[in-house]
Design a protein around this ligand. Structure first.
Ligand SMILES: Cc1ncc(COP(=O)(O)O)c(C=O)c1O
Length: 482
């Protein structure tokens, strides 16, 4: 990361890139925002992007691409089978992830689908530091279940523990002893653990997990979708890695797992995904699913242009200026909010700034979706689209009961190299206003509730007229401001 100090003594992140292409943004008046929110069933996934000012929903497929990536896309070799573009990507995977075999897939969950089809059987258990929505849904669909083994600190929203994504080694040993290796489909470690606030694991923790898995004869799978953030945190927070290059850390991490998979909508800043391994038998077991679900083995549902962009994007992941950009902007935003007494997940992780809705709107019953309500209110307050990560994103249990999430978070994602400092300051300002008016925020209830992954396209209504009151307060405080 570039070491730049300011004469003023002020501390803030500096962009190590310049903008070459821009997209015009719209900030519509709050009354119109309320109409759009109602039309979207209070679900931020259903908002139209033309009605959004800052799209902080996700970093998935929306990171800014580099000039080098765009240039590479022009050289793509368009062929169904045996594309030279695929050979380039495969060589890059071999070089920087250290894996001999590569299976392409159209995005991360497609890779997860292949893993689930290959290794999950009814009654089997997948152990993981923490689940991700699509991972869990695909496993449970096949009759498997998920058990989480994240350290206790991982679920503590305010902490200074640097590696909250670590697996609890005692929990792992206990689960292995209780279930026996045969019942366990695999152990999965997620880098930059998404649902607990983009929190990393340490290299030392992964080493321990890998050794225990090896001794027990259980397969270890690494979800490397958010590996770029995790690499940065290992480099700056794990003293024993300070002298290592990003390339060395990356190779060491990948060598510890039997299988590595990733969403290239995140890792590599393009659109696609894939599965890598050095184990020929595992490769052959998974391979048949690629042509079945994705496409031929040399594209797996990806466009050749995107494969070119991923190849360059993976190389750029070795650049500390590149991988630090997200985390240092997130840290800035988290620090600014913390200074204002606003409950945020600490320490700052990757992916985005996470507001702790459990506390922010603690007057709303958890069954009325605290994080969902805060997400809706955030859009009203600033035209800012975040993502609910809490009970709304859970699935009901087999008996149809609501499963209350351990954390209720509003994630404000900072896609890499997309937002400027003044936009981040605007977001901080609107969060501050919302916090001052938090008691006006009320709950939500489902009016259309899909059975699987309900948060993507379910529709909700407010449980009272709280949204009208929030709009009126905004007008009283901001006058004719957008
Ligand atoms: C950790 C993690 N794994 C898997 C996925 C799924 O990837 P995709 O959205 O490309 O299907 C995501 C997406 O957000 C993710 O964050």
């Amino acid at each position: 990361m570039a070491n730049i100090k300011f004469f003023s003594g002020e501390k803030f992140p500096l962009e190590m890139h310049k903008v070459k292409i821009v997209q015009k943004l719209n900030l519509i008046p709050i009354e119109q925002r309320l109409e759009c929110l109602t039309q979207a069933g209070n679900n931020s996934f259903l908002l139209k992007n033309r009605d959004v000012f800052m799209d902080m929903l996700t970093d998935s497929g929306v990171n800014a691409m580099s000039d080098q990536q765009l240039a590479a896309m022009m050289q793509a070799d368009d062929s169904y089978a045996g594309s030279m573009t695929f050979d380039k990507l495969e060589s890059k995977i071999q070089e920087i992830l250290g894996a001999q075999y590569f299976l392409p897939a159209h995005q991360g969950r497609a890779a997860e689908n292949i893993l689930a089809e290959s290794f999950v059987t009814p009654g089997s258990v997948s152990l993981m530091n923490f689940h991700f929505t699509t991972t869990k849904a695909l496993i449970t669909k096949l009759g498997g279940s998920v058990e989480e083994i994240v350290i206790e600190e991982g679920l503590n929203p305010t902490s200074d523990y640097p590696f909250k994504g670590n697996a609890d080694i005692d929990k792992l040993k206990e689960a292995l002893a209780r279930l026996g290796a045969k019942k366990i489909s695999f152990v999965r470690m997620e880098s930059g653990t998404n649902l607990i606030g983009g929190q990393p694991f340490s290299l030392e923790n992964l080493r321990q997990v890998a050794q225990i898995c090896r001794e027990a004869g259980v397969m270890l799978i690494l979800d490397a979708s958010l590996l770029a953030d995790n690499l940065y945190f290992i480099k700056v927070r794990e003293a024993s890695c300070a002298h290592k290059s990003i390339r060395e850390i990356m190779l060491e991490i990948c060598a510890l797992a039997d299988i590595v998979y990733f969403s290239a909508r995140k890792l590599g800043c393009a659109r696609g995904g894939g599965i890598c391994t050095n184990n020929q038998a595992l490769f052959e077991r998974m391979r048949e699913f690629v042509p079945l679900f994705e496409g031929f083995l040399t594209y797996g549902g990806m466009s050749v242009r995107e494969m070119e962009a991923i190849t360059v994007g993976l190389t750029e992941t070795l650049d500390e200026d590149m991988i630090s950009q997200g985390p240092i902007f997130i840290e800035y935003m988290v620090d600014e909010l913390k200074k204002r007494g606003i409950p945020v997940v600490t320490p700052a992780g990757g992916l985005g700034c996470h507001l702790n809705a459990m506390e922010f709107v603690d007057h709303i019953p958890q069954t009325e979706y605290r994080a969902g309500a805060l997400t809706a209110a955030m859009y009203l307050a600033g035209g800012i689209r975040g993502m609910e990560r809490g009970t709304m994103s859970e699935q009901r249990d087999a008996q149809g009961n609501e499963v209350l999430s351990e954390m209720e978070l509003l994630r404000l994602a900072l896609p890499r190299r997309v937002f400027t400092m003044s936009q981040v300051k605007y977001a901080v300002d609107r969060v501050e206003w919302l916090y001052a008016n938090r008691r006006l925020i009320g709950g939500l209830k489902y009016i259309e509730e899909p059975k699987v992954l309900r948060f993507f396209f379910g529709r909700l209504a407010s449980t009272s007229d709280w949204q009208d009151k929030l709009v009126a307060k905004f007008r009283a405080d901001f006058g004719d401001s957008l």
